[in-house]
Write a protein that binds this ligand. Structure first.
Ligand code: IMP
Ligand code: MG
Length: 188
């Protein structure tokens, strides 16, 4: 697991493309929230690189907070549909404009559960910004208000997304080699 090269089928989204799209999203969000209060909530851990780059593209003042949920069993590469909160927010979201910042919406189960939970805390508004979407795999209906890229149904890693908890630091989004991906098909 030290070298990522042997697991990489291809680079799907380059560093340049990520930079460009994150800038566009930042501009869109800044214009939508102009003059309003904004709280970004990052879902750990996959969303951290996206959050930190997105924040730097925002021209509106905002707070950040973090939460963690677990949607994966060890070694499995597909969401189980069961989500457990492992770290809760430190801030109250009541009456606030909340924007959830996620790395990827795959089945949609994770974000659907998080939205359900957060809406009980009565935010003024609750929207979703996801860098990646695997539309083909959708099981739960979730609104994605800001979306970076729609991607095919392949396991991807890099730019916050992990391959068995490694390689989140890569500056691009890479696709896992197909022969490895099939080893894990229906693992959960
Ligand atoms: P969902 O509940 O199926 O939408 O899964 C969402 C979570 O699964 C994401 O926040 C990621 O942490 C993880 N995930 C889904 N697909 C991938 C992938 O291709 N690479 C890395 N993580 C993934
Ligand atoms: Mg995630």
């Amino acid at each position: 697991m030290i070298n990522y090269q042997e697991h990489l089928e291809e680079i799907l989204i380059s560093e340049e493309q990520l930079k460009h799209r994150v800038r566009e999203l930042g501009q869109e969000i800044s214009s939508d929230y102009e003059g309003q209060d904004l709280l970004l909530i990052c879902i750990l851990r996959g969303g951290v690189l996206f959050l930190s780059d997105l924040m730097r593209e925002l021209t509106v003042p905002h707070n950040i907070d973090f939460m963690a949920v677990s949607s994966y069993g060890a070694g499995a590469r597909q969401s189980t549909g069961q989500v457990r909160i492992t770290l809760d927010l430190t801030m109250s979201i009541s009456g606030r404009n909340v924007l959830l910042v996620e790395d990827i919406v795959d089945s949609g189960n994770t974000i659907a559960s998080v939205l359900e939970l957060l809406s009980l805390r009565r935010p003024k508004s609750l929207k979703v910004c996801a860098l990646l979407e695997k539309a083909e795999r959708r099981e739960s209906e979730v609104p994605i208000h800001y979306r970076g890229f729609e991607i095919p149904n392949k396991y991807v890693f890099g730019y916050g997304l992990d391959l068995d908890e490694y390689h989140r630091n890569l500056p691009f989004i890479g696709v896992l080699r197909q022969d490895e991906a099939s080893e894990f098909a229906d693992a959960s």
